[in-house]
Design a protein around this ligand. Structure first.
Ligand SMILES: [Zn+2]
Length: 301
């Protein structure tokens, strides 16, 4: 993977003044995690360019992250976290006719949502070729393999629900993508986004949390800001629940008025302190030992 590198500015505030967090990440793939000193957004810089990422997602991603994709799946009886989070908040509208899942994978979440809206048409944007085969087999329309393409131009229907589960942190230009997505949301439509919560990283930073495919590292502050910049209005931003303690998720709708983002160095200070505390904890001997013991346990019990 000798992809070309590119350097970028902060996607939220446009600044180019960063603190380097680490160059160590999952699978020993080289990366550069930085924090914007002006607003606290985490991102990779420099990073692979768009061609590099597109190639990685088409040809490598499933090998690294979805090795079981070809196996027949057992039907899951567990409640779907997206569905129950929306239901608990009375955010499942009644007249949803079109649903879009961006970064749908093989479509498990779409099919679960489809059960709540049997009449709704299910749509996906998904780069993986293998996932696309499964999506089509299940009657799901694949709009595009690339969220940065002009998939929205030919659309006539607006979406009542758009879900983006652990995808925003993979985008090359999340703000631009959200602006485009906003235009495809119906007036009463709900946008659901979930990403890893960088104010509560629950895995090894070096072995799992920092990834070459995670181009952005969000928290509740940067999510609130990017929504505002994209013309979206948060309904609720939630840091962790019984389904997943290490993610932050939100529900948003189209906003009617422009609200300025809240750019603050305090957000940078807070995010940097969390990374430094966790780095220190995880470099300790006790953490290393605990990790080894739990690995051995998993193997034998
Ligand atoms: Zn910034």
């Amino acid at each position: 993977m000798n992809y070309k590198l590119e350097t970028i500015q902060c996607n939220i505030c446009g600044a180019d003044d960063t603190h380097k967090v680490t160059d160590k990440g999952q699978h020993s793939l080289p990366l550069n995690v930085v924090l914007c000193k002006a607003c606290g957004l985490g991102y990779l810089n420099p990073r692979w360019d768009a061609d590099g990422y597109l190639d990685f997602y088409k040809n490598q991603y499933d090998n690294y992250y979805r090795p079981d994709i070809k196996k027949e799946k057992k039907v899951s009886t567990k409640e779907n976290p997206i569905l129950s989070r929306l239901k608990e908040r009375n955010l499942l509208g009644t007249d949803v006719k079109h649903i879009l899942d961006i970064g749908s994978g093989a479509g498990d979440n779409l099919l679960d949502l489809g059960k709540a809206f049997p009449e709704a048409k299910l749509n996906a944007i998904e780069p993986s070729q293998e996932s696309q085969v499964i999506l089509k087999k299940n009657g799901i329309q694949v709009l595009s393999d690339d969220v940065n393409s002009n998939w929205d131009e030919a659309l006539t229907d607006k979406f009542g629900v758009i879900i983006m589960r652990h995808v925003l942190e993979h985008f090359l230009d999340p703000l631009l993508a959200l602006k485009r997505i906003r235009e495809t949301l119906s007036d009463t439509g709900i946008l659901y986004i979930a990403v890893p919560n960088n104010l509560n990283p629950i895995q090894s930073l070096e072995k799992s949390w920092f990834r070459v495919v995670h181009t952005y590292y969000f928290n509740k502050y940067s999510l609130a800001n990017i929504l505002r910049l994209a013309g979206l209005e948060e309904i609720e931003i939630v840091e962790g629940d019984r389904h997943n303690n290490g993610e932050v998720f939100l529900m948003a709708r189209r906003s009617k008025e422009i609200v300025k983002p809240n750019i603050s160095q305090d957000h940078y200070t807070e995010q940097r302190a969390v990374f430094e505390r966790v780095q220190k904890e995880q470099s300790s001997l006790v953490y290393g030992l605990k990790n080894k013991i739990s690995k051995v346990k998993r193997r034998f019990f």
